[in-house]
Design a protein around this ligand. Sequence first.
Ligand code: HEC
Ligand SMILES: [Cu+2]
Length: 356
Amino acid sequence: MQRRDRFALLVILAILLVLPSFLLGYQVWRQQPTAAGIRIVNIAARVPEQGGFSPDRLTLRAGETVRLRISSPDVVHGLTIPGLGVNVDEIYPGTVVEVDVTPDKPGRYAFACTRWCGVDHWRMRGVIEVTGLTPRPPSLPGKGVGERSPLAGEGAGGMLTSAGGDVPLYQQLGIDIDAMRHAAQVTPATRPSIGVGAELNAALPPELADPARRRTRTPAGAFQTLRADLANAALSDDDVWSLVAWAWLKDVKPAALARGQTLYARDCAACHGPDGKGKGPAGVNLPGMAKMEPVMPKGPSDFTDAGAMLAASDALLQGKLLRGGMGTGMPEFGALYSDEEQWAMIAYLRTFLFGK
Ligand code: HEC
Ligand SMILES: [Cu+2]
C-alpha cells in the first residue's frame, strides 16, 4: 500500500518536474545555434483572429545572422520585411520556410503578411527591433487593437525605420491629411488621355514640369492653371485635361506603374476593389465604419471619383497611404513601402482616372 503511494508520488513528481524541463529544454534546443553557428528564430504565422505572427516582436543584433523559420499552422501566408529585403510569397500550411537575415543597421523594421489570409489580413504585422552593439532595454508598446497600433511607431519604442528615405513630402509640406477637402470645382467630361496630352506638344509651366513640384499640386488646380494660360487658348477643355494627365504620368516609367499595379493587387484591391471603385470585399464592415460621422464617406475611397481624386495632390495621397486613416480602417503603409514604391503606387492610383 505504502509502496504504491510512494510510486504514485514519484510518477506525479516526474510529470511535474521532468516534463516541463523537457519541454523547456526542447524549446531552448530549438533556439540553439545551428551547426554553422546561426541562431534560429521560429515564427508562426496564423490568421490575425488566431493571433497573427507569433512572436510579432523580435529583437536582433546588428551584424548577427539569424535564421527565421516561418511556419503556418492554418492557411497560406506570406512574409515581407522590406527594410531587411525579405520577401516570402508563400508559406503553405504545414511547411516551414527558412530565411537567413543579417541586419546591418539598428532600427525598428516592420514586417507584414502579403497574402489575403482573411478579413483582418491587413492587421497581420509585426516589428523587428535591431539593436546596435549596446542593446537598449526593449520598451515596445503593447499589442494594440487599432489598425495603427502595431506599426504606428508611437510610444516608448520610438519611430519605425521607414522603408522609405527621409521625411515624407506630405510632412515636409505640413499637409493636414485629416482636413476636410472640397470636391474639385472642375472635372473632365471624358477620360483624359496621356497619349493625347503628349501629342499636343504644349509647354508646361515649371511647377508642372518638375515632378517634385507637381506633387504638391492638385490635378484640378493644374487644369485651371493650364486653362488660364493663353498659349492653350485654342485647346478644348478635354485637351487641357489630357495635358494634365500627361503632366502627371509622363515621367513614370512602365516598370514603376507595373510595380504599383502589383502592390495594388496585393495590398489594396481587397478593400478598394480591383477597379478602384472602393467596393472590395474586405472593405465592408471595417471596424471604424460604425463610429464614423454621417458626413464622412462610408467605406474605402473610390479612386474613380473625379471630384475627390482631382482635388488631392500626390503629396496628400502619399500622406494617406503612409499614415493610414485614423480609425477608418485604412491601414498605414509607411513602414512597408520604399520611396519609389510610394510614388509608383500613387501614379498607379491616377490611372483609374487618366487613360493611356
Ligand atoms: C482594410 C481596408 C483597406 C485597405 C487594405 C486599403 N485601404 Fe485605403 N482606404 C480605406 C478606407 C476605409 C478609406 C477611407 C477613409 C480614409 O480616407 O481614411 C481609405 C482611403 C484611402 C485613401 C484616401 C483617398 C482620399 O481621397 O483621400 C487613399 C489614397 C488610399 N486609401 C490608398 C490605399 C492604398 C494605396 C492601399 C494599398 C496599398 C489601400 N488604400 C489599402 C480602406 C483600405
Ligand atoms: Cu495575411
